[in-house]
Structure formats: structure tokens, C-alpha cells
Design a protein around this ligand. Structure first.
Ligand code: FES
Length: 351
């Protein structure tokens, strides 16, 4: 693919032919605000927040949908585009319930409104309040906060391949059909929550999000311990407890998480059922009893040594837990081959 030259905000740039103005700008560190767009996931071009001025055009163009051309001259901050963005935001928030909007927590749409001086709901387009879909244990959908940007539909269908969120029609309006109300159990939704993660208004929400505000938590980037894929996850910690997990942009998951990673991977940490000491079976009673690590390890090493001595290394098989880290699993197979003397080793992540 050949390159073309264009000018954005006075800078002459050389970019690959066929890319959009938005990606040409982003690749060169020029910020253009977006709302409905998510790279490779949603490019319906409906919000018009990304508009830019292109020399020779009578009206601003959406940067996420406009392909670069040789010699193009683009302005991302002209007075006209700033006005267009503000009007687009006013129209977008006019479809929201003012009460829901005022009480909701901070989100991407609110941040943009603040930046462009949109302080309330300027036009009234709302009808009767719509019911909350709240039966799903992990996720809820408040249609009164939905701006129909369809990010959630893109995350569900194009990124996570679940195909459970859809757009529909009510009169002349597009609506989002999110199966989180009555009967959600019989829907094909896996409750992965990727829709909630991309929602810019909090219309679709991880329920855990209601238990904290952004300034009450610290964030720790880590690897999801649930299986062997290695998804990157941001854990939210409040008062010394992990209370929420958000997908981070790692090479294996690109911001996505599955149901287990998002809602279960950290819950064992404070689970009352968690086994906190080794247990050794009492041969008389058949019950497991708490033991020290020294006792447990001594028992395990002596029994394995006995078995190896009596029956040979191949009488032992080792099976590693998928919640172990790569490094632990590497050491585990090394120990199996060199200490036990067998190649009978596997990991449940493989199944
Ligand atoms: Fe380009 Fe919404 S981000 S139209």
C-alpha cells in the first residue's frame, strides 16, 4: 500500500492510503474526540462528535468515516467543528432522562459534555420512563441512559462473538435490545460484560460498579488467574478488598474478558469457603484436618519418593492447575521430568 500526504492542524503527515482521518490523526498523536467509535468493533458513524473541517467542504465530516486523500487539509479544532460537536452533544443528551442523567456517575459522555460546555438536557425528547432491565445478577440496562451509539452491540457481536445484543425499532427510534431483564437465563447472553465496559453512559452497567466511585478505589493491572489465556485485567481495590474487574488492553484479550474473568476470577480471594491451610486426611476418621506447610510438604515428598522407589517414575503423573502462572507451570513440568523422572505431565488449561 502506498502512502499519501495530507495536512492536519498545520502538520504535513505521510500516512498509508485508505486509512481514515481519525486513524491518521491518532497515529500521529493528534486527538480527535469520539463517542460511538471503537476501533475494529463499532464504526457506525452516528454520533458526529469526531467531525473535522476539510478544506473545500461546505460542512464538517466525521473523521471516523472519512478516508484520507492526497493533499487534504484538515482542521480538528476550528470554531465550526467545536460548535458542531457541542450541538451534536446537546442532541444526544436530549434523548436521555434528565433525572437519570443527573444522578448517574461520571462517564465518557459526561466528560465530553463538560469539555464542550453542555451543562444540562437542552431539548426535551423523552417520553415516559422506560423500565430498568435488572434480573441478570451481574449486569443491568437502563434504557433511560442509552444514546443508541451501538458500542455494546459491536462489543457483543463483532468483538466477543456472542450475538445476544441487538438493535431494534420502536416507532421511528432505534432501540437496544439487551437481554438483562426477565428471562435472561434462557437468552444466549453469556454475561461477559464487555457491553458494559464499552458503554459510554452507564446505561449498561456491571452491578459491582454501583458499589464504588472512581476516587475510592486503587487500580492494579494484573493477569487474570482463571485460565491459561493470560488476559490482562484491572482489579479495583477498595478498603483492602478486590471489588471489581475491568478488561485491560493485553495482547491476548485486547480489552475483552469472559464472564469468569470479569465476575469470578477474584472472588475466591475473600471467599469464606477458601481453604487457607493445607489439609491432611486423618486415616482413622477419614476427615481432612488442617496441617502446617512443613507437615504437608514432608508428607507429599516422602510419599512420592516411596512410590518412585517402589514402582518407578512413570508410575507418577503430574497435572497442573490452570490458575497457576506460566512460570509456576514451567517449574512444575521441570520438577516432574527431572525429579520424578517421567514425562507424564499435563495442564488443565489445555482441556
Ligand atoms: Fe465518529 Fe461517532 S465517533 S461518528
Amino acid at each position: 500500500m502506498s502512502n499519501i500526504k495530507l495536512t492536519i492542524d498545520g502538520r504535513t503527515l505521510e500516512v498509508p492510503e485508505g486509512v481514515t482521518i481519525l486513524s491518521a490523526a491518532a497515529a500521529n498523536g493528534i486527538h480527535i474526540p469520539t463517542l460511538c467509535y471503537i476501533k475494529n468493533t463499532n464504526d457506525i458513524g452516528s454520533c458526529r462528535i469526531c467531525v473535522v473541517d476539510v478544506e473545500g467542504m461546505d460542512y464538517p465530516l466525521p473523521a471516523c468515516k472519512t478516508t484520507v486523500r492526497e493533499g487534504m487539509v484538515v482542521s480538528t479544532t476550528s470554531e465550526r467543528v467545536v460548535t458542531h460537536r457541542r450541538i451534536a452533544l446537546e442532541l444526544i443528551v436530549s434523548g436521555l432522562s434528565e433525572a437519570a442523567w443527573k444522578t448517574g456517575e461520571s462517564n465518557e459522555l459526561k466528560a465530553l459534555c463538560e469539555e464542550y460546555g453542555v451543562t444540562g438536557v437542552p431539548f426535551k425528547a423523552e417520553g415516559a420512563p422506560k423500565p430498568l432491565a435488572d434480573s441478570n445478577p451481574f449486569l443491568s440496562f437502563d434504557p433511560n441512559l442509552c444514546i443508541r451509539c451501538q458500542r455494546c452491540v459491536g462489543a457483543c457481536n463483532t468483538a466477543a462473538y456472542n450475538h445476544s445484543l441487538r438493535t431494534g425499532k420502536k416507532g421511528v427510534r432505534t432501540i437496544i435490545k439487551a437481554p438483562f431483564g426477565e428471562g435472561w437465563e434462557s437468552s444466549i447472553c453469556e454475561s461477559c460484560g464487555n457491553c458494559a465496559q464499552v458503554c459510554p453512559t452507564g446505561a449498561i452497567k456491571q452491578k459491582a460498579r454501583a458499589t464504588y466511585s472512581a476516587d475510592e478505589v486503587t487500580t492494579t493491572l494484573t493477569t487474570c488467574p482463571f485460565c491459561g489465556v493470560g488476559c490482562q485485567v484491572e482489579l479495583k481495590v477498595k478498603d483492602g478488598k478486590i471489588i471489581d474487574a475491568i478488561g485491560a488492553n493485553g495482547p491476548a484479550n485486547k480489552g475483552l474478558l469472559c464472564l469468569k474473568g470479569r465476575f469470578a476470577s477474584y472472588k475466591f480471594v475473600d471467599s469464606p469457603d477458601r481453604i487457607r491451610t493445607p489439609l491432611i486426611k486423618n486415616k482413622q476418621t477419614g476427615e481432612f484436618e488442617p496441617a502446617s506447610w512443613d507437615e504437608a510438604l514432608t508428607l507429599v515428598t516422602s510419599r512420592l519418593s516411596e512410590i518412585k522407589e517402589q514402582h518407578g517414575g512413570d508410575s507418577i503423573a503430574a497435572f497442573a492447575c490452570s490458575r497457576s502462572t506460566n512460570e509456576d507451570v514451567y517449574l512444575f513440568q521441570k520438577m516432574t521430568r527431572t525429579v520424578f523422572g517421567t514425562n507424564n505431565v499435563d495442564n488443565c488449561a489445555r482441556v
